[in-house]
Design a protein around this ligand. Structure first.
Ligand code: ADP
Ligand code: ZN
Ligand code: ZN
Length: 815
């Protein structure tokens, strides 16, 4: 018997071992094994098992992935170490059957991966062009694999049965015994505190056989000490009931253990419900249904929304059957939660993107809440998207997948149109609560009226003053994103945009794709097509010579606010404020407890928060995200504005929203002003995407080059861009003639089946932590086309030492 093993060294290949007869009975795929490797012992996962070596080269078709992501492999990075390591071991390439070494042992007989999860991880490895070992590592919490990790044991005192034998006891001992019997026992230390006694006193009792003191496994509970109120299912309104029915009526395909995942439609549901429409209650009832059938569930939420408030809603309904996985857990808690899931004592998992790998048995349902959220995409290797992984896992395991959002991603919306997902809609808020009234404040008019660009318009200031008088709360949202900078005229709001790229300013009101401002050489560059130009001397629209390169910061917005309302209590929440004195949760609890009148913050405050006393939401600068040099700018702006607006008027008091913008006519802004027009917005936006083509009508990937030496990074980026352009030309020429559109009256839009390669562009953040960065954007009909092209060039032109290359399939970040 032979087994192919993925060793935890990111060598990007599998190794074959023989299986001594004493292990053949117990060996399973997914187990962690001890194996000899290069003269020492290593650990690795069993990926496949076979009786003989026929057709079994242990490389499992993953060989080709070898070159991809080489720069991201940990350890053994330099050639000598690799060589030394490889020299000591014998594999099938160099030796035939008899020299294969035997495995040394099985670390844990319970497999860490079910066959279905292994299949899922293999899919990720192929799709993202990442070594399988790296993907396996992502799918199991590191603490679970630590050789030293184990359950925590503490001494537990239990009353002995039958009680008191002939031993003589003091009066005090008698009292203690009856107390212990009354409380039913407990952990030694807390029990001593409770009974005001000492461990040695109890040990004396144990010696007389009146109680037993023995180690027991003590669960490290992340929810310990939190008050969780049990809840019962709410009676659903008609829309909710219909949506739940749609979810449950999708037939339950039987679990697939075979090699062939089947493509069933009808089991993926897009739950499109406006903010406050009661999506969570539907998740809860769908989960209850699965539990009643003996199946488990996973609920993914964006990390930022994984607040105690969210966890409480699930724990309140399902109690200890809920396991929570998130980054703030201690290692011990994570270890215990993971094992509770694997053993089946927890059946519902709530967590951020990595929870999609939770080893839930008999998985019946995966919920991806706020499915449009960018945090589902991992920004390091493997660069998987948890929503896509959830859909794939559902397909492999025959589980339902519910994607919920008030503002679905265009990827998911297109999947509804293509019949891949079933749509369930909740068009109204629960209990006849109305959606907030949205006012657009035209900043251009404000500039004309006041002669300068105000941070707060008069309308917004008046509205805030009214809330302060009424004792209601206000949320102010400031859109501020990373390092991307665009060039904007301070007087008329004109934005420098690429004439070659999406929806350029043709008067249709479509947002243009702005140039990114590069400080290093004072240039404007397009990150999609590579076009560049110098910064103009004056605004082509109003001839002013006054440009802004960045937006306002939260700190400045706060100080202005304090000057306008000296008596108001203001809380600020952004990346800087949360790392300091108060945590994210502290700030939100303080605001909830009405210890502040105004909460001012960035993206962080946009998601999933439910504050009953908030009746006003102000968006200071809607344009910042609208003008991001990214073809998703319009979609993201819509999502942000709709989510932020959704924070207003959640309870019985009606809400009001003010959106300050230079582009009141932009479709994303107009649509966000009226939540019911999502479909119209999405359809118009999809039309523009198809023209590009941009995702979801094609797949897009980025290749990012990083080097300490600017010339090295630039020259290799250029070399790759040229070579890939040649590859693309061949790719496009091979297409059948009928896929190339012939110009009729209007200029033909490029067929979506073509391969596009941008020029090499210095990244917006041209230098980060001493590394220069250049980028190429690729677009192709399928993700596998992108992977094939990049594998080809990496094999043909392996990058030198000192140059790091990362490849992001379905990249969400183009900056
Ligand atoms: P969403 O997730 O769509 O934003 P929530 O699930 O948070 O909406 O629901 C908003 C509020 O409405 C919550 O306080 C929830 O308890 C309440 N709610 C949900 N469904 C019902 C219902 N059927 N009847 C009464 N209240 C409900
Ligand atoms: Zn362009
Ligand atoms: Zn201007």
């Amino acid at each position: 018997m032979f087994v192919s093993v993925a060793i935890d060294l990111a060598l990007d290949r599998l190794f074959t071992y023989s299986v001594p007869v004493e292990f053949t009975e117990k060996l399973r795929v997914g187990q962690l094994l001890r194996v000899p490797f290069g003269g020492r012992e290593a650990r690795g996962f069993a990926l496949s098992i076979q009786e003989d070596l026929k057709g079994f080269n242990g490389l499992d078709g993953l060989n080709g992935v070898k070159e991809a992501n080489r720069e991201e492999q940990v350890g053994l990075r330099d050639a000598t170490a690799r060589q030394a390591c490889l020299a000591g071991f014998e594999d099938l390439e160099r030796s035939s059957g008899p020299k294969i070494k035997p495995i040394l042992g099985i670390v844990d007989e319970a497999p860490f991966f079910s066959p279905a999860l292994l299949k899922l991880v293999k899919w990720i490895a192929t799709y993202t062009a990442t070594p399988i070992e790296t993907c396996l590592k992502t799918a199991v919490p590191a603490v679970v694999l630590k050789p030293s990790a184990r359950p925590k044991e503490m001494l537990y005192v239990a009353p002995a049965i039958p009680l008191a034998n002939g031993e003589k006891l003091t009066k005090h001992q008698h009292e203690l015994l009856s107390e212990i019997a009354r409380v039913g026992g407990g952990w030694l230390q807390p029990l001593c505190r409770e009974l005001k006694t000492t461990p040695s006193t109890l040990k004396a009792l144990a010696q007389k056989g009146c109680v037993s003191i023995a180690p027991r496994v003590a669960r490290r509970d992340p929810l310990a000490g939190r008050a969780v109120m049990p809840t019962t299912p709410l009676p659903l309104n008609d829309c909710q009931a219909a949506a739940l029915k749609t979810i449950l009526s999708s037939d339950h395909p039987s679990s697939l253990s075979s090699e062939h995942a089947r493509t069933t439609s009808g089991q993926n549901i897009l739950l499109h419900g406006v903010t406050g429409s009661g999506k969570t209650e539907i998740y809860l009832q769908a989960i209850a249904h699965e539990l009643a059938q003996g199946r488990g569930a996973i609920v993914l939420v964006p990390e930022i929304a994984l607040t105690p408030q969210t966890v409480r809603r699930f724990a309140g309904r399902f109690g200890t059957r809920v396991a929570v996985l998130h980054s703030a857990l201690s290692d011990g808690e994570r270890y215990d939660e993971w094992h509770r899931i694997r053993t089946g004592s927890a059946r519902v998992v709530v967590g951020p993107r990595s929870a999609v790998f939770a080893p839930v048995r008999d998985l019946g349902l995966i919920v991806v809440d706020e499915e449009h959220d960018g945090s589902y995409k991992q920004d390091e290797s493997p660069r998987y998207h948890a929503r896509d992984v959830a859909v794939m896992r559902g397909r492999i395991e025959g589980a339902r997948v519910v994607l919920g959002s008030a503002t679905p991603s265009l990827e998911s919306w297109l999947n509804v149109q293509r019949g891949k997902y079933v749509l369930a809609s909740l068009p109204a808020r629960v209990a006849d609560r109305s959606l907030p009234t949205v006012h657009l404040v035209n900043l251009e008019e404000e500039v004309q009226a006041t002669g300068h660009l105000p941070v707060y318009s008069k309308f917004l200031l008046d509205a805030i003053a009214l809330r302060l008088r009424r004792g209601e709360q206000t949320i102010l949202f400031l859109n501020r994103r990373g390092y991307s900078r665009v060039l904007q005229c301070k007087h008329c709001g004109w934005i420098a945009a690429c004439p070659n790229c999406i929806g350029h300013d043709d008067g249709s009101g479509d947002p243009a794709l702005p140039y990114t401002y590069h400080e290093a050489d004072h240039c404007l560059r397009c990150h999609v097509c590579g076009d560049w130009r110098h910064v103009p001397t004056e605004c082509p629209s109003c001839h002013a010579r006054d440009f802004a390169y960045t937006g306002i910061g939260t700190q400045r917005a706060e100080s202005i606010l304090r000057r306008c309302f000296p008596k108001a209590r203001i809380l600020r929440m952004d990346a800087d404020s949360t790392s300091r004195k108060m945590s994210h949760d502290d700030i939100l609890s303080a605001f909830r407890a009405r210890q502040a009148d105004i909460l001012l913050g960035t993206q962080m405050i946009a998601k999933g928060l439910d504050f009953p006393n908030v009746t006003l939401v102000g968006v200071l600068n809607a344009d910042t995200s609208l003008n991001l040099p990214d073809f998703r700018a319009s979609e993201r702006t819509y999502q942000l504005l709709a989510q932020v607006s959704g924070r207003a008027g959640r309870a019985d008091k009606p809400g009001e929203v003010f959106i300050q913008t230079f582009s009141p006519e932009a479709p994303a802004v107009k649509a966000a002003a009226d939540g019911s027009t999502y479909a119209a917005f999405a359809d118009a936006e999809l039309k523009a995407r198809r023209e590009g083509p941009y995702p979801p009508y094609c797949h897009l990937a980025t290749l990012v080059f990083r080097a300490k030496d600017e010339g090295l990074s630039a020259s290799w980026a250029n070399l790759y861009a040229r070579a890939l352009a040649g590859y693309a030309a061949k790719f496009n020429a091979r297409l059948p003639a009928d896929s190339v559109q012939v110009a009729t009256s209007a200029p033909a839009s490029p067929p979506t089946s073509r391969f596009f390669v941008s020029e090499a562009v210095p990244a917006a953040l041209a230098k980060a932590e001493g590394w220069y960065r250049h980028q190429i954007v690729l677009r192709a009909p399928a993700a596998k086309d992108l992977v094939a092209a990049v594998k080809w060039i990496r094999a043909a032109r392996p990058v030198p030492e000192g140059l790091r290359l990362s490849f992001d399939v379905d990249a969400l970040n183009l900056l």
